[in-house]
Design a protein around this ligand. Structure first.
Ligand SMILES: C[S@@+](CC[C@H](N)C(=O)[O-])C[C@H]1O[C@@H](n2cnc3c(N)ncnc32)[C@H](O)[C@@H]1O
Length: 280
């Protein structure tokens, strides 16, 4: 999808309960655009849907012939040992129906440990790991994702380096120790995106392009820096310590950045002057 369509889809999904920020959605849309331009096709998979906040955006990214496939414990929450979210199948399916008419996800209502690569097949272009958050769960889900993601596809991991979820970080580091084929390309908005080593530059080059970043509205207060992780260069979207994500200033700049009016004709120059005064 193009940035405007992604923005509209995320606005429609704003009321869905869940953990998927606007910027995370725009980052996924950016990855989708890179894949579209490179001719990368394949199904999209998500482990952990909760009420479908991220899944509805994923469903909107699908192109002809592609499927959204999801796995969640749903009614078997006793098996949700890390207590991460709580999927509800009826709410999830109603949200997908309402927000992405025509999309019919293939649902695996089970623990992700019951899936295997032989059953799912390889060739997914985007695989979002957002299920159990304990070390063993995160590691097993990453290994499943690695086996099921196509040559030039991307794995997205939820909650890396979050103090509240150390298991995800442990699972990630153990995965990177074991599997040298994947490198972490970009970290931000509670997501870490991994690609196969030989194809990482396809994504890295586009993510470094400031004009593209502007089009995908990943703007103030975020900055990008590059630091090594596990021996490879990682792009990190972060809020510098002298800025705040929740200040009035940030809210004002973000409203200008997201306002359709501020991007049009006579208002553009005024909005731009106001923005540069605020976004210092
Ligand atoms: C953090 S929530 C997912 C958030 C969702 N992606 C969103 O955008 O709001 C985690 C989900 O993973 C599911 N889950 C937890 N452990 C799981 C497991 N072992 N296998 C499959 N799903 C699991 C939970 O039921 C819950 O719906």
């Amino acid at each position: 999808v193009n940035p405007a369509a992604a923005e509209a889809q995320l606005a429609r999904g704003r009321a869905i309960e869940g953990w998927f920020s606007f910027e995370a959605g725009m980052l996924f849309a950016w990855i989708d655009a890179i894949q579209r331009d490179a001719g990368i096709t394949g199904d999209v998979f998500e482990i952990g849907v909760h009420h479908g906040k991220s899944a509805t955006l994923l469903a909107a990214l699908l192109r002809d012939g592609e499927r959204l496939r999801v796995c969640d414990l749903f009614g078997s929450q006793d098996a949700n040992v890390s207590r991460s979210g709580s999927g509800q199948r009826d709410v999830f399916e109603a949200n997908v129906r309402a927000l992405v008419p025509g999309a019919v996800p293939e649902v695996f209502a089970c623990a992700s440990s019951q899936l295997d690569a032989a059953r799912l097949g390889a060739g997914h272009r985007l695989f979002h790991v957002d299920g159990g958050h304990n070390p063993e769960e995160a590691l097993a889900d990453l290994e499943l994702a690695a086996a099921c993601t196509g040559e030039r596809g991307v794995i997205a991991l939820d909650d890396p380096f979050q103090p509240a979820w150390p298991g995800v970080t442990e699972g990630l580091l153990r995965f990177l120790d074991r599997d040298d084929r994947f490198v972490a390309v970009v970290l931000g908005f509670n997501k870490l995106l991994l690609a196969r080593r030989e194809h990482a530059s396809l994504y890295a080059a586009r993510l470094d392009d400031r004009e593209e970043r502007r089009r995908f509205l990943i703007l103030y207060p975020w900055q990008m820096k590059k630091l090594p992780l596990h021996g490879d260069e990682l792009r990190i979207f972060h809020v510098p310590s002298w800025r705040s994500l929740h200040s009035l200033r940030t809210r004002a700049v973000r409203s200008i950045d997201r306002s359709a009016l501020a991007r049009k004709g006579p208002f553009k120059a005024i909005a731009s002057r106001l923005r540069s005064k605020l976004a210092t």
